[in-house]
Design a protein around this ligand. Structure first.
Ligand SMILES: O=C(O)CCC(=O)C(=O)O
Length: 461
């Protein structure tokens, strides 16, 4: 059993210790009559859930690692808006939508040249992080630089020519290496860009746009990302289980997603006291497992050369000699010493290329590695698939962070999103009719369109 392995036992003990500490903090908050006690209790509940779920896996004799899966690609001309909502969003199935590339910006087929970005945004000030600092929760002024978007582009675009591998000499010391314009809210910070981009219509029914009152997320999306090669995001879960989409305009991002139920296998740390845990850096976990697999492969080769080696069982599963002696493991079945439960998490990997649009289900931990210079825009959204969960988390966030967050909860909660009122477009539409202008996304207007209400943006625009 997995739980017999020292690294797994240590991980279970760590998860238990964190859950114990969070429960103690919750009891303290309750006794003190703290308004945020419900939040602290929820964090404790999630920490305990993680510990219990990890233990259930580790004591399940039938548990086996699960191989990573690719994310399916579907061409937009074969994916109706209704099918997307039913088959992917409602079922929490990630998907890559292809074929929208020429329609994502006003520059059509030439969107990846970023002319639209330069024309409408080059002289706008943006905050760019250095040294991958956008992954730190304690982002400090020293980690960011305020500069013109045009300057940022001028620094990062040459980094593709040539695109050096991360371990190449000289990588990391060039001007612009490690810089990232990360998640910059266009409506708030770069409104001049809004007419140049199109929102994929698959997300135009977003409930966040359909409130009577404005709220904290009315003007958050689409947000812009412009990244230097080999910058990375942290492994994280988006707030309040927001569903997420990203449209790639230029370059390729390597995405990794995990199922939300498998958070406990990713060495989560609820010790920071937030609803969603911190995780170790993904590339560190992957590197540890890769070197573990290499060592096992070498050990297996050595084994083949040594027929007299009777010190190691050849079983797939560990065995014990008697109750006193520790279990012995076949090298290929032994869990890795670091992050030993990682291979048991359901995982998807995809390289998201120019013109492709990714859907990430709410609550799914995810992480990104920019393989070259990338430019993309993205958003979170709420619909019938995650409304209850989002409201629940927003209410807890309101209890912890106060008025503004609670008003956001209330703005969404007061609307009755009746399933009967939803417009489900069953027809497959031409790609040009599957993007909308920002002005039609704002306020949820495009979400109410039927199949024939929108012919796409006329060419002369
Ligand atoms: O593209 C990236 O770096 C990550 C985007 C992301 O994960 C997010 O905004 O939640």
């Amino acid at each position: 059993m997995l739980a017999d392995h020292p690294a797994v036992a240590a991980e279970l003990a760590r998860l238990d210790a964190v859950a114990d500490a969070r429960e103690a903090a919750a009891a303290e908050a309750r006794d003190a009559g703290d308004d945020a006690a419900v939040y602290v209790e929820e964090v404790a509940g999630r920490a305990r859930w993680a510990a219990d779920r990890a233990r259930a896996l580790a004591t399940d004799a039938s548990a086996r690692p699960v191989p990573a899966k690719p994310i399916p690609r579907v061409h937009c001309s074969r994916l109706s808006l209704a099918t997307f909502r039913r088959e992917y969003v409602a079922r929490k199935e990630p998907v890559v939508i292809c074929g929208l590339g020429p329609h994502l910006t006003e520059d059509g087929e030439r969107g990846d040249g970023l002319g639209w970005l330069t024309r409408h945004g080059a002289n706008k000030k943006v905050a760019v992080t250095r040294d991958n600092a956008h992954v730190n929760s304690t982002l400090a002024c020293a980690d960011t630089e305020i500069l013109d978007l045009g300057e940022h582009l001028a620094r990062v675009l040459p980094l593709d020519a040539p695109n050096l591998p991360e371990d190449a000499e000289g990588f990391g010391s060039r001007d612009g290496d490690g810089t990232y314009l990360y998640d910059c809210a266009m409506p708030l910070k770069l409104p001049s860009l809004l007419n140049a981009v199109r929102v994929p219509r698959y997300f135009a029914h977003d409930f966040l746009q359909r409130t009577r009152d404005v709220h904290a997320f009315t003007a958050s999306w689409p947000s812009l990302f412009v990244a230097a090669p080999h910058t990375k995001s942290s492994l994280h879960v988006d707030q309040w289980r927001g569903n997420f989409w990203m449209a790639m305009v230029r370059g390729t991002k390597r995405w990794t997603l995990f199922h939300d139920e498998d958070v406990p296998y990713l060495s989560p740390d609820y010790g920071r006291g937030t609803l969603d845990p911190a995780f170790p850096r993904m590339h560190v976990m992957d590197a540890a497992h890769a070197s573990w697999r290499r060592r096992n492969a070498n050990a297996a080769d050595d084994d083949d050369d040594d027929d007299d080696d009777d010190d190691r069982t050849n079983d797939e599963t560990p065995g014990t000699n008697d109750d006193e002696t520790p279990p012995r493991w076949a090298e290929d079945a032994r869990p890795c010493d670091s992050h030993p439960l990682l291979p048991y998490a359901r995982r998807w990997d995809v390289d998201l290329g120019p013109g492709e649009v990714l859907f990430v289900p709410g609550g799914f931990p995810h992480v990104v590695h920019n393989l070259d210079v990338t430019c993309s825009f993205a958003g979170n959204f709420v619909d019938e698939s995650n409304l209850d969960a989002a409201l629940r988390d927003m209410k807890l966030l309101g209890a912890k962070y106060g008025e503004q967050m609670m008003r956001t909860h209330d703005a969404i909660d007061e609307v009755w999103f009746d399933p009967e009122d939803e417009v489900m477009v069953e027809e497959c539409l031409e790609p040009r009719r599957l993007v909308v202008r920002y002005e039609d996304y704002l306020g949820g207007r495009a979400g109410r369109w039927g199949a024939s209400d929108w012919d796409g943006i006329p060419d002369e625009e």
